[in-house]
Design a protein around this ligand. Sequence first.
Ligand code: GLN
Length: 546
Amino acid sequence: MTQKTKYIFVTGGVTSSLGKGIIAASLAKLLQAQGYRVTIQKLDPYINVDPGTLNPYEHGECYVTEDGAETDLDLGHYERFLNVPTSQANNVTTGRIYQSVIQKERRGEFLGKTVQVVPHITNEIKRRVQLLGKSGDYDIVITEIGGTVGDIESLPYIEAVRQLRWDLGKDNAIVIHLTLVPFLSAAGELKTKPTQHSIKTLMESGVQADILVCRTEHNLPKELRRKLALFCNVREEAVIQSIDASTIYDVPNLMLEEGLDKVVLEQLNLKSDTPDITRWNSFVHRHKNPKTEVTIGLIGKYVELQDSYKSILESFIHAGAENEVKVKIESIHSEYLNQDNIKLKLSHLDGVLVAPGFGERGIEGKITAVKFVRENNIPFLGICLGMQMAVIEFARNVLGIADANSTEMDSASSNPVIDLMEEQKTITDKGGTMRLGAWSCELKKGSIVHDIYKNDTIKERHRHRYEFNSNYKEQLEAAGMIATGLNPDTGLVEIVEIPEHPWFVGVQYHPEYKSTVANPHPLFVAFVKAALNYKKNQKGVSMAQN
Ligand code: GLN
């Protein structure tokens, strides 16, 4: 294998949302399937230190890594495709770059010197890019640069790429430029001009792309590829078409057909082989050929935006394929749920997931939904805020504590069944201060989760401030809500179940962050299975009634 780490930069042109993350993850998959150790890094040009303080409307889901970094949702794609964990080093923002340069300046590390974008900011970008390479863990590091070339904010990154290509040599650092080839229906033609301009913009910063990946709705004819190659200074076989796909999981195969992995390895002077993606393909086959279907309600307050619950939706795809079932997701806005419409909105569902979230908006709708599924034996999975709502609902409606609440919603609540931990009470900074990252959890023998995980101890990722208040544990357990997962170090309750109910599980952590194509998350797999069983039983009931 290779001695020195090779670098691949992925830039984007013409417009945002072309799917750089999926192209990077698909290429990484193909390289990994040829035996290379690959990781992907995302550089985000915004000033926030991390996306943890952004709301999902701004930036989609915030993805959490094993080491507790709050990151861009593209890291979720990287993990789902590669089945290799990412870390804080895999996501760097302009805010973080400036923060470390300014901290150095305050420490006096540049004493006497003017601190400037070039070389100080660009040096810090270069250092962050090479951090993963220098760990010795990877043969290839793919660095995706957020934003679009030409953006003011992207300039220092593009400049850092130019310098790195110079420092490392052209066969150790290559640039893939992702661009759009639009189809003008009035002219009936695919147009190359935006791509030509975008390549030109890149060249103004001294960066020549080695490979063009062209996002398109129609196949690119040979003459058009030739034209793009000629105008953009790339070889014809380095003009790769990325045609719209019905699922992101088709993209590795589409890139393989186009020979992206081959061109990349050639340019990096690395050996290329036929990638072995048999396991991947068997997943795609199962995903596309389900034997039956279940409908699961996803109850949240950001449901109108697909990206808000990205990892949950992808986890259902993995779990569906594992069960050979199509999981139809019905997005339900918690803000509009109430006693009057709850039956209409939920009674046809085979399972209900109450989603994570922050703040007061929509929580009463979530509590009403939990009550309905608990009383009607519909399989339920509550994640983070969803679990907290399940505890509140049980306390209010089973224990009869009418004012039970979370102190997040009512800081003066006299029955805070969900409350801040002592160490959270003195925290004033909002960024990176929640309970984050992987924590151990011990599972109770005989519980649903023990049966699902087939393990006594698990490790799952967290992102929350509030916790199950253990002062209410005894009362809740006596009434039938059992704490089946405990943090061995702090005693915090991480999982609740209702054994009387066929499948009712609430988890304080986020299982969705750990589901991958190679390892569908057991909790999602079991939940889909429970939904399937529920559906079969329901059919049995309605046939018996006929
Ligand atoms: N808002 C809740 C808390 O901070 C739940 C967070 C979440 O669902 N990720 O504890």
